[in-house]
Design a protein around this ligand. Structure first.
Ligand SMILES: [Zn+2]
Length: 486
């Protein structure tokens, strides 16, 4: 059986989730759901990164123990699953036993490339990474715009430089496919500047004792990225070995990581090098998504424009929110959220668009009689348009072009509206000719297709529409799938 492994990044739990966290999970969820609809066996993984130094500092500020702090926040991250109808099969926390076991096993497997040296450099806690002077922007981390800290320690290093040629070939020849192309170019440029060995541990003292011990040296903790990246295999019980790991990682050629564009380097350079060093198989696809701004600005506590995903889900129906994030902007680019944009799109595409089309067709069929159109066939014009749309939609879905795929569906729905206007089937409700039956049956056919296409995006709404359609003969009430937002 065809199978797909798909993961999200694991979030730092130094604060409660904002809407950007939900966004990434929704992207991955749409892909996972589509794969399942295609009959594939899917393993969908998400989780939280609890070992980061950021979490330690945030807990100190909050005046609670790190353990208590991360538990409290992780619970909120896990809650996103239920609220946004995310279909994870597993959720890993890096404080779990299975994770520590696997991270240490991976360290052992990479040991030939690990060595100790005294090192000093500029460390950004936000990124959990060292920076070189020339990578900084006005002396600050280019992502967090904060001053990195000067750190001098004896640490363990990983011989990344050794894998320069291997990694270049891997990315260039798309043995790991990076989507979109612009991120692939960025990674190649990074590799071509020359890879340096990376620091893969920190002193237990600096880590305040929090994290996973370097095997055989409790004075050092495994660097958070080396630790975090391994979650993709520790969740598959890499630590103990066995069938789950062999089946989903080693013997599977569709392993996908969905990550934010800011952490693509860790996934497309460091992670493959670690896996290669350990003699393990590579991921197959890395998809990097863009970020969300609110009212044109980066979400920030200072500006006060952080959107709380739970409040948003109280205010609007979740499927409408899921739809907005996928239909408003291309997945790989940055997108902007405003309440106005949300309501406009919802009303235009869903209430007046898809919802209205369903309503129109259902009311005509109910008047005509469902039993009268059975086996009537489908108008060639509809069948052809369906074929074209299906082909285009499938290609786009396979490449994480959700925005473009939804455009296809909306165009198809628009064409059906036009078809109704042209054929005027409402004036033919007394006409029992084969042609009229074909027109109406074709419309039912097209709604079934729309439901199938939209299912990964709006699972609850499309289930509702599907059930309504299945029992169409017995319906007394209107469906009212997408009530207009006033
Ligand atoms: Zn940073």
């Amino acid at each position: 059986m065809d199978k797909t492994f798909i993961s999200t990044a694991i979030d730092y739990v130094n604060a409660f989730p904002h809407i950007g966290h939900a966004l990434e999970k929704i992207f991955a969820d749409v892909f996972a759901r589509r794969e399942r609809l295609l009959g594939k066996e899917v393993f969908f993984l998400s989780g939280t990164d609890e070992n980061s130094l950021k979490n330690v500092r945030a807990a100190e500020n909050a005046g609670v123990s790190v353990g208590e702090f991360v538990d409290r926040n992780t619970e909120k991250f896990f809650e996103l699953k239920k609220v946004f109808n995310l279909s994870y099969d597993d959720f890993i926390k890096t404080t779990e036993e299975r994770h520590a076991l696997g991270a240490q096993k991976l360290w052992h497997a990479c040991e030939k490339d690990i060595f100790k040296k005294i090192y000093s450099g500029l460390y950004c806690v936000g990124c959990e990474a060292f920076y070189k002077e020339d990578e900084l922007k006005d002396g600050c981390c280019p992502i967090h715009l904060t001053k990195p800290e000067f750190v001098e320690e004896e640490n363990y290093f990983f011989r990344l430089s050794k894998y320069q040629d291997y990694l270049k070939d891997l990315i260039e020849k798309e043995k790991i496919k990076i989507i979109p192309q612009s991120r692939k170019n960025e990674i190649l440029a990074f590799i071509n500047r020359g890879l340096e060995d990376i620091c893969v541990s920190r002193s237990s003292e600096r880590a305040r004792g929090w994290g996973i011990d370097v095997p055989g040296d409790s004075s050092q903790k495994i660097w958070v990225w080396f630790d975090a990246l391994s979650n993709y295999i520790t969740a598959l019980n890499f630590g103990k070995g066995g069938e789950k790991f062999e089946n989903w990682w080693q013997n599977n050629n569709k392993k996908i990581h969905v990550v934010g564009k800011d952490i693509i380097k860790f996934h497309a350079v460091y992670w493959p090098a670690m896996l290669y060093s350990a003699g393990l198989n590579m991921p197959d696809i890395i998809f990097a998504h863009g970020f969300l701004t609110v009212d044109g600005q980066k979400m920030s506590k200072t500006i006060g424009n952080v959107i709380n995903p739970f409040e948003l889900a109280e205010k609007y129906e979740v499927d409408g929110i899921r739809y907005f994030f996928l239909a408003e902007f291309p997945t790989a680019e940055d997108g902007d959220f405003t309440y106005e944009k949300f309501e406009n799109r919802y009303n235009a595409d869903l209430a007046n668009g898809i919802g209205n089309l369903f309503e129109r067709v259902f009311s005509m069929i109910l008047k005509y009689g469902v039993e009268n159109i059975k086996d009537a066939g489908v108008d060639e014009a509809i069948a052809d348009l369906y074929e074209q749309t299906e082909k285009s939609y499938s290609e786009k879905m396979a490449n994480f072009q959700f925005y473009e795929a939804l455009k296809d569906v909306l165009l198809f729905a628009g064409a059906m509206d036009k078809y109704i206007n042209d054929k005027k089937p409402w004036s033919l409700l007394e006409d029992k000719s084969e042609e009229t039956k074909k027109i109406l049956n074709g419309l039912i056919f097209s709604l079934e297709k729309i439901i199938f296409w939209l299912k990964p995006f709006m699972p609850a709404k499309m289930d509702k529409a599907e059930n309504y359609l299945k029992n169409l003969g017995g319906q007394k009430e209107k469906l009212n799938l997408f009530p207009r937002i006033q």
